[in-house]
Design a protein around this ligand. Structure first.
Ligand code: NAD
Length: 340
């Protein structure tokens, strides 16, 4: 089944015109976690597409400043509240035809600091958001993650791979919370017929990431701009496949506009070692920083690369932003944020 309008007048477009893409045609969207890194880009894109947006966020890892600019737009509303609070989600006024459940601490530094909250938002938070979507007859999307594949024994990872996750390791609070969320979405669809889909997002980077969140791109960029050594974990040979945030948003909204249920991988195809990434950041910033090798975190995955053929075939989606372009834009944003 291909991506198509689903009675909401939505049009996918051919994905060559980013301005008029996938979210078009939604009347009113709820974005939980909308003040976070990915969520704030989603809110902005939906507004650009003419959708009214309610952003529900408890600001545990996000920032009000991420969506301050959106306050000026008539169609945007920020609500400070917790997705795990049933009344807060149920009590949001009006009705939605799209619910994007993105609330969840997402960087290792955050979910290790907030382990119980992470499990809670993946379970109770997902249930509340699903219930809200069911009540309103809305399309629902769960932001799941490549972390459901754990330290993968299959490479690249296809959606049919079940993963290699340590259920009691330090990362389990995140991995298992998302795995539970996926099970909940699947059960909700089966029991209630909720129009729900799962997107498995791989590492995404771009403006509005936080420097202190422990993720490689903002960490390296901040260190390079500071002139301090770039801290590469282990020997730096572990790989990630990073996707620029605009491409991730395209993929998420294309899936939302389709009738696909997923799980569907959305992620970058260019696999890069952490050492190469650090070296590129040094080059692009013109920094004099050196590289310092530090201890590797427990259960840090060795290889990560999505197989995105499903998204290509069903949605016509593929990442389009090259490394240099994406990193340059991100570095530009960080340089400005540091200067401000
Ligand atoms: P982020 O931490 O920047 O954003 C998460 C947002 O959720 C924050 O604004 C935070 O305040 C909010 N939040 C957390 N718990 C909440 C709760 N109980 N109620 C209301 N709001 C709450 O992280 P991100 O990188 O933007 O990730 C967003 C989503 O995408 C997450 O669900 C994450 O698991 C998923 N994801 C992200 C990536 C990535 O590379 N960024 C990769 C895979 C999956």
């Amino acid at each position: 089944m291909g991506a198509r309008g689903r009675g909401h007048g939505r049009v996918i477009g051919d994905m060559t015109d980013r301005a008029g893409t996938a979210g078009r045609g939604w009347r009113r969207a709820l974005v939980t976690g909308g003040a976070g890194f990915v969520g704030s880009h989603l809110c902005a894109r939906l507004l650009d597409d003419g959708t009214d947006v309610v952003c529900l966020d408890n600001l545990s890892t996000g920032a009000r400043s991420n969506v301050l600019e959106l306050d000026r737009r008539r169609r945007f509303r920020f609500v400070r509240g917790d997705a795990t609070d049933e009344d807060a989600v149920r009590g949001l006024p009006g009705s939605f035809d799209l619910v994007l459940h993105f609330a969840c601490p997402a960087s290792p530094a955050d979910y290790l600091r907030l382990p119980l909250e992470t499990l809670d938002v993946g379970s109770n938070g997902t249930r509340n958001a699903l219930e809200r979507a069911r009540r309103d007859g809305a399309r629902f999307l769960l932001a799941s993650t490549s972390e459901v594949y754990g330290d993968p024994l299959e490479h690249p990872q296809t959606e049919t791979y079940w993963g290699n996750v340590n259920p009691v390791g330090p990362r389990s609070v995140y991995d298992e919370s998302k795995r539970f969320g996926e099970a909940l979405v699947t059960a909700h669809r089966g029991v209630h017929g909720t129009d729900a889909a799962i997107v498995r997002i791989f590492n995404t980077y771009g403006p509005r990431m936080r420097t202190g969140d422990g993720r490689a791109v903002p960490t390296f960029i901040a260190q390079a701009l500071d002139g301090t050594p770039l801290t590469v974990a282990g020997d730096g040979s572990q790989t990630r496949s990073l996707c620029y945030v605009d491409d991730t948003v395209d993929g998420v909204l294309a899936l939302a506009a389709s009738e696909e249920t997923g799980p569907m991988n959305i992620g970058g195809g260019d696999e890069i070692t952490m050492l190469e990434l650090a070296q590129r950041v040094v080059e692009l910033t013109g920094s004099r920083s050196r590289i310092r090798f530090v201890e590797r975190p427990v259960d840090d995955p060795t290889r990560r690369r999505p197989d995105t053929r499903l998204a290509e075939q069903r949605l016509g989606w593929r990442p389009r932003t090259g490394w240099s372009e994406g990193l340059e834009r991100t570095i530009g944003w960080f340089a400005q944020a540091v200067a401000a």
